[in-house]
Design a protein around this ligand. Sequence first.
Ligand code: NG1
Ligand code: ZN
Length: 550
Amino acid sequence: AEQRAALLAAASLFPVPDGARFSYGTAGFRAEGSTMGPAVCRAGMVAALRSVKLGGAAVGLVLTASHNPLRDNGVKIVDEDGGMMSQDWEPFADALANAPNPDALLQIVLKFAKDEDIRLGEGHSAQVLLARDTRPTGEYLLDAAVKGVNAVIGAVALDMGILTTPQLHWIVRCKNKGLKASEMDYFTQVIDSFRCLLKLVPKDKGADVMNNRLVVDGANGIGGLKLEEIKARISGLDIHVRNSGNGEGILNERCGADFVQKEKVVPLGFGPEDVGFRCASFDGDADRLVYFRIVSSTDTRIDLVDGDKILSLFVLFVREQIDIINGNNDEGNKVLPTRFGVIQTAYANGASTDFLENLGLEVVFTSTGVKYLHKKSLEYDIGIYFEANGHGTVLFSDHFVSQLESLTSEFSLKASGSSQHQAAMRLLAASQLINQAVGDALSGMLLVEAILQYKGWSFQNWCDIYTDLPSRQLKVKVQDRTAIVTTDAERRVCQPSGLQELIDGEIANYSHGRCFVRPSGTEDVVRVYAEASTEEAANSLAKQVAQHVE
Ligand code: NG1
Ligand code: ZN
């Protein structure tokens, strides 16, 4: 009875306005921040119940709308392992967010608790770690989330403050593994493992001063703030932060990773002093990373290095280390047999896929959305995934890390300082550096920097590994975007019937033509993606296909 009253009371504090419809979508609930109170309060309940279900393990709740405008906000739930909330709970989250009144909400909770065998009010414990980005609605929504968490009796809400999204994912993961899990621990681990990688750079590759300068676009968000805080502790790099979030510009406005990747022009906040230097760009909550270089001070165009090329750099590095460890041993006698997975989505530039396949790798495709890519990557010893927009990471399985650990101690007895020993140490340091829970702009950037120094590569060397095929994305407004159903990792349409044939007919007119359409999971649009051998051809293919969708 006490539990019922608590849920009813919390739900009454945040009544759902008429007509509001929330869908958990590709990345949680998102809307204009000031309207998000009810959905966030209810997401707090879901997070608390999730923690109860997981026997009291820590669960996370992040308040952010990522690369979206300042007025928007959003909420998503982080599971016990630091990944996205298990997809089989999404329908419950949707039902709760859309429950029209407190009584309906209570009925949904009671039924779900019964189905999931969660015994409400029976002395269980639960903990939810909360974090938010720098948006002005964050504090109001934090209060809503805490009220939702507290409505589940026995649940404790812990406010971790203003963090990047990947920091909270990292903290939840570490906490549940019984590891050090504060923000300070995160910074220490990132900084130390980066330093370790630099120590393992071959002596003949000593980087020059030009190569040490790195200019970072913080999107006027949390990533810039955090980087300003720690940049002095990062050895071997001369970091300059633009759009640091200290008040000089508006969050994500004509800056940040999403803007840079989609518009391919110089972001606000950059000037003549940045021309020619290597630049990195974070999005508003610092889980996406792209690189770019300003071509000249009289031109707004940039050379872009997107998620696909970051992925390719990581693949080259990891493969090289594994090859060093395995030496000339044949398949049956490998020192370190490795199941190596490379995961992309349909948005990956075709030139990147060709590049990876020409390395002899098998590339696996999943649907759009990190939750799908991440899940697939977990099937490998080393799984590397990236979306073209810059969200991705490198996952090392626990089994593989322990193999690496025993190898390094073996090597240090027999062949300390050997190239095999160093390669194993590099992989271990990389597994410490790069976020094992989710894509992370800050740690991803440091891994990029360490690899460029390891290879003695300039930005240009990196650009040149392959040339992107010209591509074009369009959004089409339609009556009902759910009428389009896709298959084959969203690369083909199966409904409405006949549409795929029309698309195929258009593609046939272009050399290197590739095109697909899919309903967005975060906006009320159908997205059209086209690729072809020239800019004009990609544009025209996208436009032709868009007409068939309308
Ligand atoms: P949708 O709206 O489902 O295309 C977009 C991005 C995804 C992912 C999510 C979550 C593109 C084409 N799509 O999804 O990659 O980042 O947002 O933020 O960039
Ligand atoms: Zn983001």
